[in-house]
Write a protein that binds this ligand. Structure first.
Ligand SMILES: Nc1ncnc2c1ncn2[C@@H]1O[C@H](COP(=O)(O)OP(=O)(O)OP(=O)(O)O)[C@@H](O)[C@H]1O
Length: 280
């Protein structure tokens, strides 16, 4: 069954339509990317999925259950975890304590920690610290680690609730090339465990390498959905990133940079354009 379904979601902020009738989905066992130029509505859509933003219209389903009006903390309990573009870890706690707090939070019921679960969360914390490669930083305060490491702390905190749906907002920013490579492997492993991993990311080389499926947002509208090979060669998508070919260039130089990242183009499948008429 489709793990996440976002159906016809619109978000308006006064006169600004940040997301416009967007429909996307994500399956367990797969990495799904949400890409688009700056201001396309990616973070707003993440906020709708996690419950931080109420949609003006549309619905969100997790495992077929309508969670559109489910509060954020309850979505976490049913397996939705997320990292943020800005770092959220508690600076005065160590890396290990940060992960432990997250592990404890989901293992507490009605304010009480069950003894067995307490041991659980210590073991879960140790395992995550090891798995994510944070052992050298376990005793270091979170505000004293490099940005790339802090992003991995965020990831470990998100994983502490053993999420069925993991949403990652710009997780590779601050990582070196080698770290990004390793991070891609880790993402594949996390998806391989059956999770649905949804990633917003500007590093197009990483996206093209690890994603099973990509949804492209532009000005709030999903303009294309498909495999990396299909999306990368789609003319509507290329216009959104690179400009309309009349010499005025793309709207965003950073997004533009990596878009032609060398990828093995996979078997073509029919493109599923969400706006048949085209937006440009
Ligand atoms: N709380 C808000 N109030 C008003 N406008 C908002 C609000 N949040 C987002 N917007 C607007 O909605 C649009 C989409 O923003 P959003 O941050 O979702 O885009 P994004 O694709 O995540 O961009 P980026 O890649 O730069 O992070 C932008 O025009 C933004 O200015």
């Amino acid at each position: 069954m489709t793990r996440l379904e976002v159906q016809d979601v619109t978000v308006r902020f006064g006169g600004v339509t940040a997301v416009n009738e967007a429909t996307i989905s994500a399956d367990g066992g797969q990495i799904t990317a949400l890409i688009g130029p700056n201001g396309a509505g990616k973070t707003t859509l993440f906020n709708v999925i996690t419950g931080l933003q109420r949609p003006t219209a549309g619905r969100v389903f997790l495992n077929g259950n309508d969670i559109t009006h489910t509060p954020t903390h309850r979505r976490a309990r049913v397996g939705v975890a997320r990292t943020f573009q800005r770092l959220e870890a508690f600076g005065s706690l160590t890396v290990e304590e940060n992960v432990r707090v997250a592990a404890d939070a989901v293992r507490k019921k009605a304010g009480k920690t069950v003894r067995g679960r307490q041991r659980d969360s210590a073991a879960v914390t140790r395992e995550l610290i090891r798995k994510i490669g944070l052992e050298p930083y376990a005793e270091v305060r979170a505000d004293a680690v490099p940005t790339g490491v802090a992003r991995l702390v965020e990831l470990a905190r998100a994983l502490a609730i053993d999420p069925a749906l993991l949403l990652l907002d710009e997780p590779s920013s601050g990582l070196s090339e080698a770290e990004t490579e390793a991070f891609g492997e880790l993402l594949r492993e996390l998806a391989g465990q059956g999770r649905a991993v949804v990633i917003v990311e500007h590093d197009m080389a990483l996206i093209m390498r690890v994603s099973d499926r990509i949804h492209v947002l532009d000005r709030g509208v999903v303009i294309a959905s498909g495999t990396p090979g299909v999306v990368q060669t789609d003319p509507v998508v290329r216009r959104a990133y690179l400009g309309d070919g009349d010499g005025d260039g793309g709207r965003d130089g950073d997004d533009h940079q990596d878009f032609d990242a060398d990828v093995a183009v996979v078997k073509p499948e029919p493109l599923l354009p969400a706006n048949e008429g085209g937006w440009f």
